[in-house]
Design a protein. Structure first.
Length: 419
RNA sequence: GUGAGUGUAGCUCAAUGGCAGAGCACUGGUUUGUGGAUCCAGUGGUUGAGGGUUCGAUUCCCUUCAUUCACCCCA
């Protein structure tokens, strides 16, 4: 019989781990809410054209990583490989409902890219992202970065580095690109095969090549931050000043580039040394041209996405307490079971996480089960208890036992186990 | 898409060209109404799959699949 395992690069999230995810999700909601962002949920399936137009026709994502297929009516559709394009699409589609600019959205959900799985990289992976649409002010960049920085602090992940750079805009990027090609053009023989390919496709990417031989060349390559137009230069400086005014540490990384075509001006990454090759936990940047490219009026915007899987790996184990049971009921014999089964329902309606054992099973066996479920308390109701009209409540940690009147079981139990 | 590593019990891993092992986990017991610890016993395997070499392959070779890591790319 064929085993029907999950697809390569697709993972199940089981209890223990899934509770960690919910804990992070709840920290996301609280933090992003405080920073003025509202949740947005967009479809996972979109027209293919949305992504080819926004991410860039010649990027690897679009060329060979998207889950694209024909819908039943023949329309090309794609499982979203990232979140920004959908958010901008939704923004444009419902523009009339959005009263104030900038619009500030956050989202969390699965993304799909057909890559070879690796540490911190799956085919279905999960991102949390935030977007600010409709404001060019560098203070927005700073606000977004402060959110990012604070969020990691809040969930207890330290030793991250905020790296920033400016990629320029439609005015200054073309001449910078030309300057880069001028510099690298003279050294194509020394650059690796990949870099020779990048030279034509996207010369900026040569800057973050990992080969030592290429790094030696890129060290002295022209930096985009030195080729900014007046506007971009002022913007970049304002971002740095803003970060400093909030005492947020950052480093300027002159070789930081972005993979997606739509980025302009500010680009940034939160990086770690603890994740192997996948060192970027969150990344993003300004994309002032994207809204227009997707058919809207010229509208500046900035956003980021962080990888949940990578984030989870950085989270210390001990910080997470997954749901233990508050009460385990041990009925011994059918009469006890009948008396206590309705109480289980009552307890649950009072938000007390509780379970009941099988009345036919031996006390010892039920105690063991209670222990496995990590129950804080055990309520024992057997023949003796039924006769005396009192149940026994055992604190599993202290081993203390108290008696509770059967006629008032629910209130008695709640009084004892509520913190 | 490219390269390298690894596939043996539910899990983590040993071993040997000649009867497949340990620890953990699981089940039961340690006097019949009190969990975790100790001790004792037990269940559990087509050694990923297919083929080849061999008297004999889990071991050597080939193919394939799975998985991990790295490159590419990216969060």
């Amino acid at each position: 019989m064929e085993k029907l395992n999950a697809l390569k690069g697709f993972k199940d999230l089981l209890p223990g781990e899934s509770e960690k995810w919910e804990w992070v999700a709840s920290a996301v909601r609280k933090t992003f809410h405080a920073f003025g962002f509202s949740p947005i949920r967009t479809p996972i399936l979109e027209r293919t054209r949305l992504f080819t137009r926004s991410i860039g026709e010649t990027t690897d994502i679009v060329e060979k990583e998207m889950y694209t297929f024909e819908d039943w009516d023949g329309k090309p559709v794609t499982l979203r490989p990232e979140g920004t394009a959908s958010v901008v699409r939704a923004f444009l589609e419902h523009r009339h409902q959005i009263l104030a600019l900038p619009a500030k959205f956050y989202y969390q959900g699965p993304m799909f890219r057909h890559e070879r799985p690796q540490a911190g990289r799956l085919r279905q992976f999960h991102q949390v992202g935030a977007e600010i649409i409709g404001e060019i002010d560098p203070e927005q960049d700073v606000e977004l970065l402060s959110l990012l920085s604070y969020f990691f602090q809040r969930i207890g992940i330290s030793d991250l580095t905020l790296e920033i750079n400016s990629l320029g805009c439609t005015v200054c990027r073309p001449p910078y690109r030309a300057a880069l090609q001028g510099y690298f053009g003279a050294q194509l023989d020394t650059l690796c095969e990949d870099c020779n390919r990048r030279f034509h496709q996207n010369p900026l990417r040569i800057l973050d090549c990992k080969k030592e031989s290429c790094k030696a060349i890129t060290t002295d390559a022209p930096a985009s931050a030195n080729h900014l137009c007046q506007e971009c230069d002022a913007h970049f400086k304002a971002v740095q000043e803003g970060l400093s005014s909030l005492k947020l540490p950052f480093v300027i990384s002159k070789h930081l580039v972005r993979g997606l075509d739509y980025y302009t001006k500010t680009a940034f990454e939160m990086t770690t040394q603890n994740l192997g090759a996948q060192n970027a936990v969150a990344a993003g940047g300004r994309y002032d041209g994207l809204v227009e490219a997707l058919g809207g009026a010229s509208t500046p915007a900035i956003g980021f996405a962080m990888g949940m899987e990578r984030l989870m790996q950085l989270l210390p184990e001990s910080d997470i307490r997954y749901s233990a049971l508050q009460l385990f009921i041990v009925p011994l014999g059918e009469a006890a079971h009948q008396h206590v089964f309705p109480v289980l329902y009552d307890l649950r309606r009072k938000n007390i996480r509780s379970e009941i054992g099988k009345s036919g099973a031996a006390l010892k066996k039920q105690m063991k089960q209670a222990d496995r479920l990590n129950a804080a308390f055990v309520l024992i109701v057997g023949e003796q208890e039924m006769e005396m009209g009192k149940a026994v409540l055992r604190n599993m940690k202290t081993k203390e036992q108290v008696e509770i009147e059967l006629f008032n079981l629910l209130e008695g139990v709640i009084a004892q186990i509520s913190p």
